[in-house]
Write a protein that binds this ligand. Structure first.
Ligand SMILES: Cc1cc2nc3c(=O)[nH]c(=O)nc-3n(C[C@H](O)[C@H](O)[C@H](O)COP(=O)(O)O)c2cc1C
Length: 369
């Protein structure tokens, strides 16, 4: 499975793992891949703690950080999260607040304990994302990735000055070309079947398009990959490696809540939907009564990023408190249909590699016949 990216990053397998969970990140890197920590849900202070922990537990292996620097963020600024929240709340209209109140009542969501103040996700505002970058670059990372568009030119320049490679996700070949023109080193071509924010072109169609559009720059294939056979297919399509997100959600190292873990284990590949109900941008997650409520033509529909997440932050916290599997936010891709048991990261990595080798041998044997 060796590709030029293995030598560039000093890894054994070109398997890149996106996870919000530090244990997964460290375990993947220790198993010969490259773990990448998603920063968006952390305050800058928390991110510092997570990266210090990874430094101590990654055994000197390379790892990366993923930030979310949206191209068109709302114009909200400040160092104080409470102040930024107030600014964002002020941008939300009364009919949306009413609808969320109505949903919390309809689903009979338990109130939060006295004094609990759900803050929602601020990581996709410019100021917080910039602080994430500052903290990430102060750690010995090998890669910084950006979810929504190319990172700003100064971030790319600073990363390169630190010897850190830059990656960016692309849902279309033209985005891949733009990234490379902006100085991005590795493009993650992420197809429609992926978990989290995702576009409309399938991995099977997107990967070779992106590979041809930016050759010789490297492409990682993402979206719907969870077996060694799919890794073999991705490399056959011209990718130099793979970038997996969903598959780690049901590992023993993942921090998924019991309700969400149960929902993942039970789901089939037909049970996901692309919805704007959590972040404001289309993201793939398990379909449930909450996603249906935001797709209801009688309702006001979701707001954009970052308003929708702030609008629903109390409801989201109350859903978590309720422990209800039928309402929980469960971001995941279509590969969820194969995520039927809890396994260690090491075991998943081993199976991916073993199955890859078997597929390539099978193809070779078929050609030799
Ligand atoms: C729970 C979850 C959260 C995600 N959050 C982010 C994120 O914050 N930043 C990002 O670049 N990609 C994010 N993604 C997308 C992954 O980086 C990756 O591209 C995707 O999971 C690959 O497809 P797969 O889910 O089929 O493996 C997320 C994916 C999942 C499943």
């Amino acid at each position: 499975m060796r590709t030029p990216l293995c030598d560039q990053f000093g890894i054994e397998y070109p398997i890149f793992a996106f996870s919000h969970c530090r244990d997964v990140v460290a375990a993947v890197s220790r198993a010969g891949g490259l773990g990448v920590l998603g920063a968006v849900g952390f305050t800058p202070e928390q991110l510092e703690v997570e990266l210090d922990w990874i430094d101590e537990h990654v055994g000197g292996r390379p790892y990366g950080v993923d930030t979310v620097m949206p191209q068109k963020a709302v114009d909200v600024h400040g160092a104080d999260p409470a102040e930024m929240l107030e600014q964002i709340r002020g941008l939300i209209d009364a009919s949306h607040w009413r609808y969320v109140d109505e949903l919390m009542e309809r689903f009979d969501l338990p109130p939060l304990p006295e004094g609990a103040e759900p803050h929602g996700v601020l990581g996709w505002t410019d100021d917080v994302a910039q602080r994430h970058v500052d903290i990430a670059l102060a750690h010995p990372i090998a890669l910084i990735a950006n979810a929504l568009g190319s990172p700003p030119p100064d971030v790319i320049e600073r990363a390169h000055a630190h010897g850190v490679r830059v990656a960016a996700l692309a849902g279309r070949a033209v985005h891949a070309q733009r990234h490379v023109a902006n100085g991005v080193d590795v493009v993650i071509a992420q197809g429609y079947e992926a978990g989290g924010h995702t576009g409309e072109i399938s991995t099977m169609v997107l990967v070779p398009e992106a590979v041809d559009a930016i050759a010789p720059a490297p492409v990682l294939a993402a979206g719907g990959i969870g077996t060694g056979r799919q890794i073999a297919a991705a490399l056959a399509l011209g990718a130099q490696g793979v970038w997996l997100g969903s598959i780690w959600l049901t590992t023993a190292e993942s921090d998924a809540s019991p309700a969400v873990l149960g929902a993942y284990l039970d789901a089939t590949s037909a049970d996901t939907v692309r919805s704007r109900c959590y972040t404001g941008k289309p993201a793939r997650m398990l379909r449930n009564a909450w996603t249906d409520a935001w797709a209801d033509p009688e309702g006001p529909g979701p707001l954009g990023m970052p308003l929708q997440n702030i609008l629903t932050s109390e409801a989201n916290a109350r859903i978590v408190r309720s422990g209800r599997k039928d309402l929980a936010f469960a971001p995941v891709g279509q590969i969820v249909g194969r995520m039927n048991e809890v396994r260690s990261v090491r075991d998943v990595m081993f199976t991916l590699v073993e199955e890859y080798v078997e597929s390539v041998e099978r193809l070779d044997a078929g050609l030799a016949d």
